[in-house]
Design a protein around this ligand. Sequence first.
Ligand code: F6R
Length: 366
Amino acid sequence: EKGGYDHFMLKEIYEQARSIRDCLRGRIYPDQGKVQLGGVKEYADKLRNIDRIIIVACGTSWHAGLVGEYLIEEYGRVPVEVEYASEFRYRNPIITEQDIVIAISQSGETADTMAALEIAKERGATIFGICNVVGASIPRITDAGVYTHAGPEIGVASTKAFTAQVTVLTLIAFYIAQQRGTLTQSKLIEYLTELNEIPTLVERTLQCNDRVEEIAARFKDSNNCLFLGRGSSFPVALEGALKLKEISYVHAEGYPAAEMKHGPIALIDAELPVVFIATKNSSYEKVVSNIQEVKARGGHVIAIVTEGDTQVREMAEYVIEIPQTDDAFVPLLATIPLQFLAYHIAVMRGCNVDQPRNLAKSVTVE
Ligand code: F6R
């Protein structure tokens, strides 16, 4: 059932062009600049007048939430708070009937996420779910929701569910923008046309596998790794670090690149690989100076760059190219090489990729 792949995780990484395409199907009409989300249609008015959205989730799903924060604030212009469900539920959170609380959960069964939603519901908020498993506990208690349609995810480390969650959040951001008029029709047409191309760009991104495998061979014995990005690539850095930690047991940290000089820079020595998400988007120049800072201290720089990049190529020890796309969609592409990196390092270290020690696919106890 692994479809010829050595592990479910690898199969699921490769499924992402298809899973994102399935997630978009019937939901976007690029020519009309229109997003249609049947699951939340009843709440279109509420979304038009919303003052605040709270996202609750755990682990990888929480990282997707952070990407969602950038997207919803940027395009829908609604303030978003992203909370660890486990913290939110125990802190007497301030929630009003005006709020929409969105839970993100692949399994739809995570105990803390479920409990956070129950509290929000008790206090009168409207509750939405972004889940993968149809009919799971979370989708059963929510007022509305959007399924990710990524298909069953067997590998314990979440891959295609993450990119599908980000895809749904992208759709929600543009749906809100459409309701609130925060993007013009012609901008919506432009964005949705590009979004429609993402599955094809994901296919091209998947071709980086061999390159990433070479890089993994070079760094497989490192005991630490730092992942840095800015803007919506910051949560991508967090996700890259989590993948590496959970399946290869290598200590890894994700940081916003600018925070490096407030502490983690002390870690940099000739042993430390530092993975940068350095694509050609709005924070490019800033990331370039962060790369210089790492180089100056002898760190090994691995950079994810946009196809055709020359500036970072001259500075980094290794580059991995991904196709050019709008800022809005970079997380969907930039995550993929990081998934491959964690995968290959784990395999080379002899780890059980699909069932890492101490981890369960769905965490139904707190
Ligand atoms: C990481 C991973 C976990 C889950 C987390 C939430 O690869 O799989 O961090 O993301 O346990 O699970 P769900 O999304 O099912 O609520």
